[in-house]
Design a binder for this molecule. Structure first.
Ligand code: PLP
Length: 444
């Protein structure tokens, strides 16, 4: 892996080659794409991304927490090439191949306290959620599901019906899937969700015998990188057990080593009945999975399937990814701890950084205007752009949080470079937005 590199900006991005591609792209691509900033990638290596004009960027967003092993990890590339040279497709729903069985075996081996499991392979996170939604209804024969405010589960109909993070993801797509109840995401500050269900919802709105499942991100992703108290997840587990409700963990963003455990469930010690995986699983290749207790994955032959899900090239990428990530878990935890301590030191110097939180390399820094406590939305938008100009790739989430979700192969050097550039940006932006301590911010 390339070590001790620094970002290198040769031409202010977007340079001429990038601008030409952006121009072509804009003419023909859907206006629904977000395009956070004008990064036009030519290649990547480890945590480094090179644009078409020869600039080198340090990647602390990993293509939305997906390039888990870094860009073009040689073991993953080699596995993909070897699989592609054998056969590209035969359809795992209808036929057999070894890598499909091997990946399902591997995924079924995680979270051993869940007991025996069965696995269904998908092409994406949203498909895993969609399938899990069908599974919990089919298994329980119950119609309602519970989800949380701030949640993001994907872009298909079942998933957007569970979402409650940005209204634009749902607007004018209705009617959505009925029967979804949204509660506040559990934090140290929100009221007790279990109490709200037992004492209010289950008495006034919905009989718990009609509730199929609770879908929850064990760490809130797009909604702001929020870590719930373990007690809240334990409470949900107990509630589910009391009423025969299934607990589904969406580990699409938090899974595959991101938290320093293979799955965030281990961090909290709470076992779900079903968990969904994608993103980091294939290092960027399109693969996801629904992993369920054997006694829950009871849907009959033909009830669910997929042409491409568990494609052999993607299975090979996933197996190689798991091989790379498993031995890194301890380092991920330590690097994350190091990064949070450096961010907290930076917070002392920049009061606009209101909170630093996270587990492993799933780290959020929330920005609030010190004078009013309001989300520093424009500040965070400007920070993303300025960091990009300096050669650092960042991505926001929630109202005004920067998420740090680098490739899992980063070490202290990359963290130091990231923090140095971040602080350069904050010094400039604190002045621009008038939020520096020197400008009259009153510390409490
Ligand atoms: N679930 C969570 C927690 C996610 O963060 C995402 C994507 O960001 C999804 C589901 C959807 O995954 P995909 O974009 O692969 O459909």
């Amino acid at each position: 892996m390339t070590a001790l590199l620094l970002p290198s900006i040769q031409v202010a991005p977007p340079g001429p080659k990038a601008r030409a591609i952006i121009e072509r792209d804009r003419k023909v691509t859907s206006p629904s794409y977000i395009k956070e900033y004008p990064l036009v990638v030519e290649r990547g290596e480890g945590p480094w991304v090179y644009d078409v004009d020869g600039n080198r960027f340090l990647d602390f967003m990993a293509g939305i927490a997906t390039a888990s092993t870094g860009h073009a990890h040689p073991n993953v590339v080699q596995a993909i090439q070897a699989a592609a040279a054998k056969f590209l497709h035969i359809c795992g729903t209808d036929f057999y191949y070894e890598s499909f069985a091997a990946l399902c075996e591997r995924l079924a081996g995680y979270l051993p306290r869940m007991g025996d499991k069965k696995v269904f392979l998908t092409n994406s996170g949203t498909e895993a959620i969609e399938g899990a939604f069908k599974l919990v209804r089919a298994h329980t024969r119950r119609q309602y599901v519970i989800a949380f405010k701030g949640a993001f589960h994907g872009r298909t109909f079942g998933a957007i019906s569970l979402n409650a993070s940005k209204v634009g993801q749902r607007a004018f797509f209705g009617p959505l899937v009925p029967g979804v109840i949204h509660l506040p995401y559990p934090t140290a500050h929100t009221p007790d969700v279990v109490g709200a269900l037992e004492n209010d919802w289950f008495k006034t709105h919905v009989d718990p015998r009609e509730v199929a499942a609770i879908f929850i991100e064990p760490i809130l992703g797009e909604g702001g990188y929020v870590v719930p108290p373990a007690s809240a997840l334990e409470g949900l587990r107990r509630l589910c057990d009391a009423h025969g409700i299934l607990l589904v963990f969406d580990e699409v963003q938090s899974g595959v080593g991101r938290t320093g455990s293979m799955f965030a469930a281990e961090h909290f010690g709470v076992m779900p009945d079903v968990f969904c995986v994608a993103k980091g699983l294939g290092s960027g290749m399109p693969i996801g999975a629904i992993v369920a207790r054997e006694k829950v994955m009871t849907w009959p032959r033909g009830s669910h399937g997929s042409t491409y899900g568990g494609n052999p090239v993607c299975c090979a990428a996933a197996l190689a990814t798991l091989d790379v990530v498993e031995p890194l878990l301890r380092q991920i935890g330590e690097t994350g701890e190091y990064m949070r301590s450096k961010l907290r030191a930076l917070q002392e110097r920049h009061p606009v950084v209101a909170d630093v939180r996270g587990v492993g390399l799933m780290i959020g820094a929330e920005f609030l205007l010190p004078t009013t406590g309001a989300p520093a939305v424009e500040y965070v938008g400007a920070l993303e752009q300025l960091a990009f100009q300096k050669g650092l790739l960042l991505l926001s989430c929630g109202a005004s949080t920067i998420r740090f979700a680098p490739p899992l192969v980063v070490g202290r050097h990359e963290v130091d470079v990231c923090l140095r550039l971040l602080e350069e940006c904050l010094v400039e932006l604190d002045g621009r937005f008038g939020v520096s301590p020197a400008s009259g911010y009153a510390t409490e």
